[in-house]
Design a protein around this ligand. Structure first.
Ligand code: NAD
Length: 257
């Protein structure tokens, strides 16, 4: 039976993806802080190492699918933790499990980025030099530029860096026969969004912004896209970022794509 690992499986998009894959008859191993097959804190080096080891043990060194959803929103007060989970936690799982995916059957991975990844460019990303040097300790000073809005810098910066990281892996992963893509959701009805809407700094802007399709996505809609990207139907889709945002990106950046 096909085996897929889903991080952030206890809530929101990760939980919906886990349910969709189970419905398709796949075996799913969930990784999260709680309520998961493997409990791990992806904000720390030890937690990431433990999660990779536990997955490898569980799957016997061979994996068919990987979905990296675990993440924190911009409202979280500890901005360094946002980067630790969203970028470093995701990349540790991605690279740590690549050898197992290489051995998998028509294997594919999907990283959940965000439409926020397009709100800055790599050239303007305050995290770019820290990430190039792999110096996680440099994240705090790099985020100082964000002042009161450090969380937003941490969020957009980490999601921009994730999309760049996926695109940079496209040759090696393609040659290994493992497809790798990102999805970039706009607002999705999950606890992360509810917490953002209740936040004193970001809430009003999130509540008042209306997408061309005037509602938030359901987590199941994002799960459907992820399930497609994992499937053989997406056999030539590689290194792509599929936006699922009710038209927001096209509205804000009609001439850039
Ligand atoms: P959510 O809060 O419902 O789920 C996130 C999950 O990640 C939770 O189960 C949480 O426990 C887990 N997690 C957080 N920190 C962790 C850690 N240190 N170690 C292990 N697991 C951890 O949020 P969601 O909206 O489903 O978010 C899933 C992904 O989608 C995130 O990467 C988020 O940035 C992205 N996203 C969400 C939206 C949105 O509007 N909801 C929009 C764009 C992108």
């Amino acid at each position: 039976m096909s085996l897929t690992v889903v991080t952030g499986s206890a809530s929101g998009i990760g939980a919906a993806t886990r349910a969709a894959l189970l419905e398709e008859g796949k075996e799913v191993v969930g990784v999260d802080l709680r309520d998961a097959d493997i409990t791990a804190d992806l904000s720390t080096r030890e937690g990431r190492r433990g999660a990779v080891d536990a997955v490898l043990q569980r799957c016997g060194g061979t994996l068919d699918g990987l979905v990296l959803c675990a993440g924190l929103g911009p409202h979280v007060d500890d901005a360094e933790r946002i980067v630790a989970v969203n970028y470093f936690g995701t990349i540790a799982m991605l690279d740590g499990l690549f050898p197992a995916l290489r051995k998998g059957d028509d294997a594919a991975a999907v990283v959940v980025s965000s439409v926020s990844s397009t709100h800055i460019t790599w050239d303007d990303n305050p995290l770019a030099s820290v990430i190039e040097s792999g110096d996680e300790a440099g994240v705090g000073p790099a985020l100082e530029v964000g002042g009161e809005y450090k969380g937003q810098f941490a969020y957009a910066g980490s999601k921009n860096a994730l999309t760049v990281a996926v695109r940079r892996r496209v040759a090696e992963w393609g040659a290994a026969g493992v497809r790798l893509n990102t999805v970039a959701p706009g607002s999705v009805e999950t606890p992360l969004l509810s917490q953002g809407m209740a936040d004193a700094r970001y809430g009003q802007a999130i509540r008042e912004f209306v997408a061309p399709i005037p509602r938030h996505a359901k987590p199941e809609e994002v799960a459907t896209l992820i399930s497609y990207l994992l499937s053989p139907k997406a056999g030539f889709v590689h290194g792509s970022q599929l936006v699922i945002d009710g038209g927001v990106d096209a509205l804000l950046r009609p001439t850039r794509f």
